[in-house]
Design a protein around this ligand. Sequence first.
Ligand SMILES: [Ca+2]
Ligand SMILES: [Ca+2]
Ligand SMILES: [Ca+2]
Ligand SMILES: [Ca+2]
Length: 725
Amino acid sequence: MSFIEQKFLFRTFSLFIGLVLVLNAASAQQAIEFNSSSYTGTVPNGPTVMSQTANFKQNTTGNTFVSLTNPVSVTASFSNQQYTTVPGSPAGMMFGATINGANGSTPGSTGVFMIMNAKGSASNSSFTSNPYGTAGTGIDVAQNYSFEFFNTFAMWNGTSGPAGKRAYYGNITFTFSRPVSDPVIHFGDLGANQTSNSASTEFELPAGSGVSLTKLSGTSELSIPSSNDKILNSASTPAAGCGSGAACGSVIINGTNITAVTFRVYVRFRTTSFDSPGNDVDGDAFMVGFSFTAFNISGNAYNDSNGLNDNAVNGTGSNAGNRLYALAVDAYNHVQGSAIVTAGGSFSFTNLVKGPYTVRLSESSATLGSAAPSASLPPGWINTGEFRGVGTGSDGTVDGNLTDNVGTSNISNFNFGIERKPIAYDILYQVASRPAVKSILVLNGSVGIPAVGNKPTRPNGNDAEDGPLESGNTIVISTLPVNSTLLYNNIPVETGQVITGLNPDLLAVKFTGAGYSMVNFTYKYKDAAAVESSPALYSLFWSGIPLPVDLISFTVNKEQGNNILLKWQTSSELDNKGFNVQHSIDGQNWTTLTFVDKKAGMNGGAMYNYTHNEAGSGMHYYRLQQMDFNGLHKFSAVQKINIVIDHLVQTYPNPAKDVLFVNRNSTDTNPVELKLYNSNGALVMTQMDIKKGVLLNIRCLPAGVYVLMVMSENGRQQSKKIIKQ
Ligand SMILES: [Ca+2]
Ligand SMILES: [Ca+2]
Ligand SMILES: [Ca+2]
Ligand SMILES: [Ca+2]
C-alpha cells in the first residue's frame, strides 16, 4: 500500500468516526433503560412487599450508561394483595424472593433488583429497547437490570388450588416519576415448575386503563390476545426457562404521557396438584424491566428585526443579552426541559418523551418537573413570532410559546423571533417669542438640542435593530395638542394617525386658539417589525405669555346712508382688554376711531360691531388693534371698502361769484327742488321741478356763506355749502 493510499484510508476512517460521534451526540434518539446503578443504594434482598424504585439511565452507546438530564424513575408497588396470610411469606406477591427447594415454608431470598437474565436464561434477542426500533435489539440481558418478583404457590399446598386453576393475586402498579410515552415492559421467565404442576404469572390491564399492549419481541409463549390488554403465557405446560415454557420478551405499553400503569396479576396453573403443606416453597420468580426512547427538541431564538413582516421567523441568533432561557413544557404544564439559550441563539432539550410540548422563552430558568412559568423576555425585548420550521410561516399567535408534537424522532427548529421596541425621544423646544396667532411652525429642525428660536428639532428616536429613527421612518401621533393644531401636509392630524416615511418638512404646528404658552403632543416610532415605541412628548413653549385673542372674522360692509358697519368675532380672548378701531384712507396713515371694550364675562369668545357713520366717498381702510391687559397689542388684517356717494346734484364753481351751475348727475331721476339759504337761515332763492341742470344767477346776492338744500320728490336730501364772493 502506498503512502497516499494509507493517508486516504486514515482520513476516511477519521471522517467516519467523526460522523458517528456527531450522530450519537447530537441527533440520535436516546435509549432509556435500567442498569446496575439504577437502584439507589445497595440492592436489598427480599422477601419484601415494600415498594421498589429504579432510576432510568441513558444508554448512550455500547452499554455506557449515564444519568438523565431530566431524571425519571419508576416505582413498583403492590396493592389489593389477595393472599396476606401465606405461611412463611409476607403476602402472595413479593419482591426479592424465589423458590426454596428445601422443606419448610420460607421462600428463598434474593435481590429485589437484578440483571435481566437472572431468571430463565433470557437471551438478548427476546428483547427490544426502542418501541419504535428494530425488534429484538437494544437490550443486553447481562447489562440491563430489572425488578425481581415472586408469586408464591405456598398457600395452595394441600389444596386443589384455585377455582378454574387461575387465581387473582392482586395488583402491581408501576408509577413513573414523570410522564413517559410508550414505555416498553420487559418480562423474564414468566413460568414455573412444580412437582406435579406448573404455572405462569399473567398480567391484565383493568378496564379503562387508557393504554394498550403490543408485543415487540420475545419467546413464543409471550402472548397478547387481540384485545391488547393481557400478557399471557400460551404454553399448555408453563415452565421456567425462556422459550422452554416461560414467556420472555418485550411489550409496548402504548400511551402518551403515562404516569402510572396498574396490572391485575394472575397465576394460571396447569393442574390442580399441589405439594403437601410444609413441603418446599414453590412459586413463579420472574423479572420485570423497562425501557423507553427519549428525544431531543432543539430550536433557535432569532433577533428578528422585521418580525412577521416577511412572514418568517428569522434573523440573527440571539439570547437577548445572555439572559434568555427556553423551557419545554409538557401537556400537564410541567417543565420537562430548561435550557439556556446560547449567544448564537440555539437551545436544546434532551430526554423528552413522545408527546405534545409547548416550548417557551423565559427570562429565568425553571426547575424540571415544576409548574411552568409563563413566557417572558428580559426587559426591553418583545416576541415577534414563532414557527416550528424554517422558511415562511408562523404559529399564528405571537406570544413566546410554540407547541408541537414530538413523535418518534428528534425534533428541531422550534424557532422564536424576538426584538427590541424602538425608542422615541422627548423633544422640548423653546420658541423665541410668542408666536403670532394662526402662524405655522414647521418641526423640521435638525436633530439635537436647538438654540432658542432656531428650528424645532424634528421627531427622532432609535431602534436597537434599525438604528437611528428620523426622517423616512414611521411615526404614530398618539395624542394631539390640546391647544393649536398639528398639521401634516397642511391637513390636521388625527389621533392615532400613522405617518409613514416621515417628511418633517410637512409636520407643523399651527397656533390656533388663545390663552396658552405651551403646545404638547405625543408621538411614537414604529420599527421595522411594526412594533411601536412608548410615546414621547413633543413640547413647544415660549416665555410664559399666552397666545392672545383669536379673531375668527372681521368684516366691513356699507350700510344705508354711507355708514360703514364693522363686525368682528373672537373665538377666545384671554387677557383681552378691548379693540382700537382704526381707520385710514390711504392704508398707510391710521387714526383711531374709537375704543371698543372687551365684552364683560366673555372669555370664550364674543361678537362685536361698530358703525363708521357718514364715511365719505372713496377708499376706506380699517383695522383692529387688539389690546392685552399686559400691554401687548396685535393688529388684525386690514379690511377695505370703496364708497361711491350718489349725490343728487353737483355744483360749481365754489366759491362762485356771478352764477352757480347746478347739474343733475344722479341715478335718481326724480325732479328736485332747490332752496338757497343765507347764513342767517333766510330763504333767498327757490327753484322748483329741476329735471336736468340749472344756472342760478347769484350776482345780486351779498358775499358770504350760503347753504343749498336739494330735495328730491322721493325724499332724498342733499346740502351743500356755497361760498359767494
Ligand atoms: Ca419463573
Ligand atoms: Ca422576520
Ligand atoms: Ca405562539
Ligand atoms: Ca426593533
